[in-house]
Design a binder for this molecule. Structure first.
Ligand SMILES: Cc1cc2nc3c(=O)[nH]c(=O)nc-3n(C[C@H](O)[C@H](O)[C@H](O)COP(=O)(O)OP(=O)(O)OC[C@H]3O[C@@H](n4cnc5c(N)ncnc54)[C@H](O)[C@@H]3O)c2cc1C
Length: 336
């Protein structure tokens, strides 16, 4: 059995999206990974599996990594549960990283869970922060991952005592840190997977036109709606306002449950994270799962009839009032 002290280095699953770009969330995680690696005096390693993976190396090098380990193969063009799990698990077995961080994307979440199971180690999902437990001794310093629990009412600290210590992280939780190390080591690992084992065959993948035309995460002005708008009819007015103001609509999980808004517009820990210039939230309570997704916006205006609403803790401007009245007023103002 491998001693815990034999595990070292901080790994980040540096996901490639749509076989054309490095996932933004993975780049953000590299920023945090650099911080952790420095504290542990270990290396930061980006793990890349893609078709023509070499093309992403220059971008990844700009984000403070010490090393890039990559595999390049046509079978890695799209995420495949079986292939990626097998290959990444083998990398873990061979190199024994101490910490392994994944972007909380569809592929990242699925892969992290499968690899953690195979490694018989813990996995903390959607963490808000990661610190190093300084008391555990130099060779056995554990990470402490913080995540919301009980509907966001408390943050819990989770210490993983097995290795690797694995976490998934939502976009917007950490900041990208651009810095270039002088001698970044690049290691190509040969692709080796027996395709006769494949049980799931990918017969098609969504094309760009299947996706929303513009991404919430890139929007400059986001209009957020919550359950406080009280009906679909009222909620639809957000889309009218967005049209008039060149904004984009997003919202909490509640309007999705209510059937007022499609799922891809959810903002928060299990949706998109935004970093808009301006965010206006209408009738939103301010649950941590939502606030995590808006906290990188430059200016936050919240409208809620309850003066004690938690959203006001995150807001730059707090408007205590009826969200529907204010929404109607804004529509009148911009329609004229
Ligand atoms: C594992 C997990 C993941 C989750 N992920 C997400 C996520 O990614 N994103 C997300 O948003 N949520 C998420 N949630 C749900 C989250 O916990 C909250 O339940 C949700 O954000 C609440 O939505 P809301 O604020 O719209 O509704 P509510 O909590 O019902 O709040 C409505 C607010 O509107 C106010 N209000 C009522 N009427 C008016 C009015 N006329 N004018 C002004 N204000 C009014 C009320 O005072 C209240 O504050 C998650 C939950 C779990 C358990």
């Amino acid at each position: 059995m491998t001693e815990i002290s034999e595990y070292k280095d901080v790994w980040v699953f540096t996901e490639i999206k749509d076989h054309e770009r490095v996932d933004e969330c993975a780049l953000e995680i590299l920023g945090k990974g650099r911080e952790i690696a420095d504290q542990l005096n270990e290396s930061l390693v980006a793990i890349v599996l893609a078709l023509d993976a070499e093309q992403y190396i220059p971008v990844i090098k700009e984000h403070g990594v010490d090393k890039i380990v990559y595999m390049s193969h046509v079978e890695l063009k799209h995420y495949h549960e079986q292939i990626f799990t097998h290959l990444v698990f083998n990398l873990v077995e061979n190199h024994k990283p101490s910490v392994f961080l994944f972007p909380s994307t569809e592929a990242g979440d699925a892969l992290a869970a499968r690899v953690a199971y195979r490694c018989r180690t813990g996995l903390v999902s959607d963490v808000l922060d990661i610190e190093i437990n300084e008391e555990s001794g130099l060779n056995l310093r554990n990470t402490e991952a913080f995540k919301p629990a009980y509907g966001g009412n408390i943050n819990v600290k989770i210490i993983t005592k097995t290795r690797p210590q694995m976490c998934t992280i939502t976009r917007g939780t950490f900041q990208k840190q651009k810095s270039k190390k002088k001698d970044v080591e690049v290691e190509k690992v040969d692709y080796a997977y027996d395709t006769s084992n494949i049980k799931v065959k990918i017969v098609g993948t969504p094309t760009r036109k299947d996706k929303p035309s513009s991404k919430l995460s890139d929007a400059k002005f986001v209009i957020g709606g919550g359950h406080g708008l009280s009906s679909k009819e009222n909620f639809d007015k957000l889309f009218e306002l967005a049209k008039l103001t060149n904004g984009q609509v997003g919202g909490t999980r509640r309007p999705i449950i209510d059937g007022w808004m499609p799922e891809h517009l959810q903002i928060g820990i299990s949706g998109e994270a935004i970093s808009s210039e301006l965010y206006i939230g209408f009738g939103i309570s301010g649950a941590i799962q939502h606030v995590v997704g808006i906290s990188d916006s430059k200016t936050i205006i919240a409208i809620n009839k309850d003066p004690n609403a938690r959203i006001f803790d995150a807001a730059d401007y707090c408007v205590i009032g009826d969200a529907n009245e204010i929404l109607n007023g804004l529509l009148d103002y911009f329609t004229v």
